[in-house]
Design a protein around this ligand. Structure first.
Ligand SMILES: [Ca+2]
Ligand SMILES: [Ca+2]
Ligand SMILES: [Ca+2]
Length: 335
């Protein structure tokens, strides 16, 4: 059902093949460095100005919007899939999916974790713990211009119908094209990602921690029945991503402390009390290593920090995953 990325599958084959020979969380450090360094190797662009955000320009057509709720997610479960489900968000030719790689490693390294995480994510979507809303704007005529907003939904007035949690125009949409064959390709938007749910192997987190994202890009197919499926990729601010993932990861690794199954879990339990706390996750050196920025999305221009992918020093973590979404009618809200 998920559409595999095509043009965005680019040249990390070599890194990936090397990575496949590695296994285990201890080797993940080396692996992340390989891919991270690829991502850090930003080719100097010929342009001397940041690209004007297309979303801020007037649309070339009259737009109408339709909302979709994401009802399936496909998380990477191995290195190859982390590459397939990722995109190159800063234009340096390398797929940016370090966060997906960490998810893949957890899913593949610990017995049962893959199935547990899959059912946990499914339950969070079907149980409406995670209400992840896409707004697809397209032209009322035959032009191919398209925009995608990405929001969290909530039933704020408790009438059983979802509303957007914040105003639709408060984030920059990803902008691009929707072909007459239903191929959607949009880039360079802002969005939000339910990071805690993507790391909640045990499915026990009470609340969902959302992290803001930049560089939002979608490569997807709009089906005849108007479902939308494909790949969603975005850059996460590393500290916020760690903050959001810390508690679910602490819960998971707590179950492994002292079992002899995970040296990392024993290392995470820094104070030796037999359980892993959120703070022990946040301050762990291995976690800090994986949270190192590997993707350059923001840079100074005329003294101001602006969205300028491929310039400046690495500041974000790439995430890519597969998704399926179906149309949803949103209620009115007061925002
Ligand atoms: Ca890249
Ligand atoms: Ca409502
Ligand atoms: Ca502890």
């Amino acid at each position: 059902m998920m559409k595999q990325s095509h043009a965005n599958l680019v040249s990390v084959r070599k890194s990936s093949n090397n990575a496949q020979r590695l296994s285990g969380f201890d080797q993940l450090a080396a692996l992340c460095l390989v891919i991270g360094l690829c991502a850090c190797d930003v080719a100097p662009g010929a342009e001397t100005e940041p690209p004007a955000l297309a979303a801020l320009a007037q649309a070339p057509c009259e737009l109408w919007i339709r909302y979709y709720v994401i009802d399936e997610l496909e998380l990477p479960v191995d290195v190859e899939q982390a590459e397939q489900l990722g995109m190159d968000l800063d234009g340096d030719g390398d797929v940016d999916n370090n966060a997906g790689l960490v998810i893949a490693q957890i899913a593949s390294e610990y017995e049962g974790a893959r199935a547990q995480l899959s059912s946990s994510v499914e339950a969070s979507l079907t149980g409406h713990k995670v209400n992840w809303i896409l707004g697809l704007s397209r032209c009322t005529d035959n032009q191919t211009h398209a925009r995608v907003h990405l929001y969290e939904g909530a039933d704020t007035n408790r009438d059983g119908v979802l509303e957007l949690a914040i105003a639709i125009d408060s984030r920059v949409p990803a902008v691009g094209t929707l072909s007459n064959q239903g191929e959607l390709d949009v880039r360079d938007g802002e969005g939000i990602v339910p990071v805690s749910a993507l790391f909640d192997v045990l499915g026990v987190a009470d609340t969902v921690e959302w992290s803001p994202a930049r560089g939002l890009a979608l490569s997807a197919q709009l089906a005849q029945v108007e479902s939308l499926a494909g790949i969603l990729a975005a850059g996460l601010e590393p500290e916020m991503a760690v903050q959001a993932a810390a508690l679910p990861l602490a819960g998971f690794f707590s179950t492994l402390v002292g079992t002899g199954r995970s040296p990392l879990a024993d290392q995470l339990d820094h104070d030796g009390d037999g359980r892993v706390s959120g703070n022990e996750v946040r301050t762990n050196i291995v976690v800090r290593l994986f949270a190192m920025p590997a993707l350059a999305l923001m840079a100074k221009h005329n003294g101001q920090l602006v969205y300028w992918p491929g310039h400046g020093t690495p500041d974000y973590l790439g995430l890519g995953l597969g998704f399926h979404a179906t149309p949803v009618t949103l209620g009115n809200s007061d925002i």
